[in-house]
Design a protein around this ligand. Structure first.
Ligand SMILES: [Zn+2]
Length: 468
């Protein structure tokens, strides 16, 4: 019975102290069995594939823990990435604001060591070094150490229905595949938005391409109005009702709901007009003698609406309604609009790896600059820092805009914890709001001070992302 699969699995325990990633049903105060990582890791049930003759590879989570991945691709910068099947020296990781919790993505196309996996495509793992694969519940307190975000959303591994099936991995997806709002989602175990979004994933293959990050997430803005306007009979000018949208962005898709009372809808023409003046007919004297027009028109059902894709959304959206025949009359009761939009802004980025030692207990500290060449007014900012240190309660970290205005990112909190690996944005650090409206061009600096004796560290690298 000693197959190569079992030999490799047990050697993983002996040589690397790998934990089992299946669920015993008897550890860590949890007595319910689940499948853990199922067939998707050698250290779970992957050793049994092809009757133990072609065991699965070791998942990226474990390879990373034992330091086998020399090339680390940090997915926190938005962009287009490529993941290569069998490239076991590379790890693609998205960090959350907690050092112990992160996401790993990996190409698990059915080739080489993964030839016998139940599925083929891109794998996404939700990792927490403080979790346990005994804990299938997925709650804030008790969740897996390394779990596969099964693309089908069925949670078959957690509920022990199988060890993997043919809809667990991400195959080709055009548009958003995984985000805060999808099932499964990229929320943290505390339900917060991790910010990770994946889109435009290519077919399974030796190389899988995908889009990561804030390039892709879309947002929705809505507006409604109770117009209560009489539609003048047989008058070409008709009536207009406006909904004001203050959000900046570009239309990705939209839908419009219309509620009109009328005794003969074949008289009616209903038109949506964007803030720039572009018009799309929603209803053009159809429906004959039918009464009342209560309908929702969406980009997916009303192809004409897609003419508005890419329009700037801020400003007044108008609904124009005309009655073009005599006799029958009616009124526009209410209407609403829902716009899915994407950022109309641009992004400037910088990253440096100064590797500067932070002088112990010295109020001057160190400073490192990132020069931004683009010019514009800041709309949003995020700052990523990697500061290995043996006591982060010693540290004061500030970001300084080209104008000299500064915002404190880390103010001697965290006590004796090691290493500051964080991305600060306006959600985590509302004080960053103070920089909105600043000119982005020039040198942005990160100031780091160690204000207590004894423990030391260095500024390994930091990054800046400016929306303008
Ligand atoms: Zn084992």
């Amino acid at each position: 019975d000693l197959s190569i699969g079992t030999f490799c699995h047990e050697s993983g325990h002996l040589l690397c102290r790998f934990p089992d990633l299946y669920d015993y049903g008897s550890r860590d105060g949890d007595f319910e069995k689940s499948a853990g990582m199922g067939y998707y890791c050698l250290m779970s049930a992957g050793n049994h594939l092809n009757n133990g003759r072609t065991p699965a590879s070791i998942c990226g989570y474990l390879r990373d823990l034992v330091g086998w991945c020399d090339r680390q691709v940090r997915l926190n910068s938005p962009g287009v990435y490529e993941s290569k099947q069998g490239d076991y020296g590379t790890l693609m990781k998205y960090e959350t604001h907690r050092a112990n919790e992160y996401f790993i993505i990996e190409n698990r196309t059915q080739r080489g060591l993964d030839a016998y996996l139940p599925d083929s495509g891109l794998a996404v793992y939700h990792c927490d070094t403080l979790g346990s694969n005994e804990w299938q519940g997925g709650t804030r307190e008790r969740h897996y150490q390394c779990g596969l975000l099964q693309a089908d959303g069925h949670l078959d591994l957690e509920s022990n229905r199988n060890q993997g099936d043919s809809t667990d991995l991400f195959k080709r997806v055009d548009g958003v595949a995984l985000s805060y709002a999808t099932t499964p989602s990229t929320r943290g175990w505390d339900s917060s938005d991790s910010g990770l979004a994946l889109a435009d994933i290519s077919e399974p293959g030796e190389v899988i391409r995908l889009k990561v990050g804030s390039l892709v997430p879309s947002n929705v803005v809505t507006g409604k109005v109770t117009a209560d306007l009489l539609i003048p009979d047989n008058k070409r000018e008709g009536i207009s009702s406006a909904i004001a949208i203050s959000q900046a962005g570009k239309v990705k898709s939209l839908s419009v709901g219309v509620d009109i009372t009328h005794t003969y809808i074949g008289d009616l023409q209903v038109e949506l007009q964007s803030p720039s003046g572009k018009k799309v007919l929603l209803h053009d004297r159809a429906g004959g003698s039918r009464r009342d027009l209560q309908q929702t028109y969406s980009s997916s059902s009303t192809t004409a609406l897609s003419a508005l894709n890419g329009e700037l959304i801020a400003g007044y959206w108008l609904l124009n309604v005309r009655d073009l025949a005599s006799r029958d009359i009616g009124r526009l009761n209410r209407w609403n609009i829902e716009i899915e939009y994407e950022s109309a802004g641009q992004v400037a980025r910088g990253e440096v790896s100064p590797n500067l030692s932070i002088p112990d207990n010295t109020p001057t500290g160190i400073s490192s600059a990132i020069a931004i060449a683009q010019s514009g007014t800041l709309k949003d900012i995020s700052v990523g820092v990697v500061i290995p240190h043996t006591y982060i309660g010693d540290l004061l970290v500030e970001i300084v805009a080209p104008s000299g205005q500064s915002v404190t990112l880390h103010n001697m909190s965290g006590g004796s914890k090691d290493d500051l690996r964080m991305t600060y944005d306006r959600t985590s650090t509302p004080a960053l709001e103070a920089l909105v409206g600043q000119q982005i061009q020039g040198n942005w600096s990160l100031r780091v001070k160690d204000l207590q004796r004894l423990d030391t560290g260095k500024l390994e690298k930091w990054s800046l992302q400016l929306m303008y």
